[in-house]
Ligand binder design. Structure first.
Ligand code: UDP
Length: 266
């Protein structure tokens, strides 16, 4: 009798494990697979949890926004969506900066400067943090960036220009669906092009790293619902996807059945 060979699929090992995402080797050189998890953290990892279906939604939202940005000439790492939770991206050398763009005072900014949350800043404001969890992502100036060689003056110029263009475009795009883009965080990477490195947009753009408030009601539709225990966290992510038109009705059903915790009987 022939013994049937069982070909066990070896589990893929991530080459990078982040808080909300994993990176796997891509099918071609120069590519990676970005996998979106449901895990959520806040306050430098002090608060941990999961947001059911978040990975699926962020994959779609980020794909949509990266494609729209590509259309207006912002180079991004996005290549194509592979499945519900994964997208193929260009492998880049990440610039170790969190680039934060703010239109309205909120979060740590409101606290730091004693400004009331919700105050319009009049003009977009860009801040940089050094991407280093162990140090708590400290706030840095351009002087620090150059002194530590995290990026060249030319790269910082490009990053600023892209950040402002992205802010203008996304503010309008979100306003069109009744959402105020309060602030957001971007990350950029270097891609070798000929004899020069090009700076391109990397990471993700989703309610995990944007503050999004409903224009009419002021309701928070982003990760602050998780950070501040406001409830209806999954609903907020779904609402953003629905308004952007990236949540087809049958999909919302799948997420509802598949990923939501069972309702507790009252
Ligand atoms: N942000 C992020 N990752 C971080 C820190 C901030 O995505 O590690 C985003 C956050 O979601 C918000 C913006 O950047 O949209 C500004 O965040 P802030 O500096 O106010 O920090 P927070 O109050 O969220 O700690």
């Amino acid at each position: 009798m022939h013994k049937r060979k069982i070909l066990a699929m070896s589990p893929r090992k991530p080459i990078y494990e982040g808080k909300a995402k994993q990176l796997f080797e891509g099918p071609e050189p120069g590519t990676l697979i970005q996998h979106f998890k449901d895990d959520a953290t806040a306050f430098n990892n002090q608060k941990k949890g999961t947001i059911a279906g978040k990975g699926v939604l962020n994959n779609r939202i980020s794909e949509y926004l990266m494609l729209r940005l590509h259309e207006i000439g912002v180079p991004t790492h996005f290549i194509r969506t592979l499945n519900m939770r994964e997208q193929l991206i260009k492998s880049v050398q990440i610039v170790p900066l969190e680039v934060i763009v703010r239109n309205v005072a909120a979060g740590s900014f409101a606290k730091r400067f004693g400004v009331k949350e919700g105050k319009d800043l009049g003009q977009p404001l860009i801040e940089y943090c050094y991407k280093n969890d162990a140090l708590g992502d400290p706030f840095v100036s351009e002087e620090h960036i150059f002194a530590f060689h995290w990026a060249t003056p030319q790269e910082v110029d490009e990053i600023r220009m892209y950040a402002l263009r992205i802010n203008d475009f996304l503010s309008g795009l979100f306003m069109g669906v009744g959402i105020r883009l309060v602030d957001f965080k971007l990350e950029f990477g270097r891609l070798a092009e000929g004899d020069r490195d090009q700076v391109i947009l990397a990471d993700e753009i989703s309610p995990d790293n944007c503050r999004l408030w409903d224009v009419k009601t002021g309701k928070k539709l982003d990760k602050d619902r998780f950070r501040q225990d406001l409830g209806q966290v999954e609903d907020a992510y779904q609402e953003v996807a629905r308004r952007l038109g990236v949540l087809p009705p049958e999909e919302s059903h799948v997420i509802a059945v598949d990923a939501r915790p069972p309702r507790q009987k009252k």
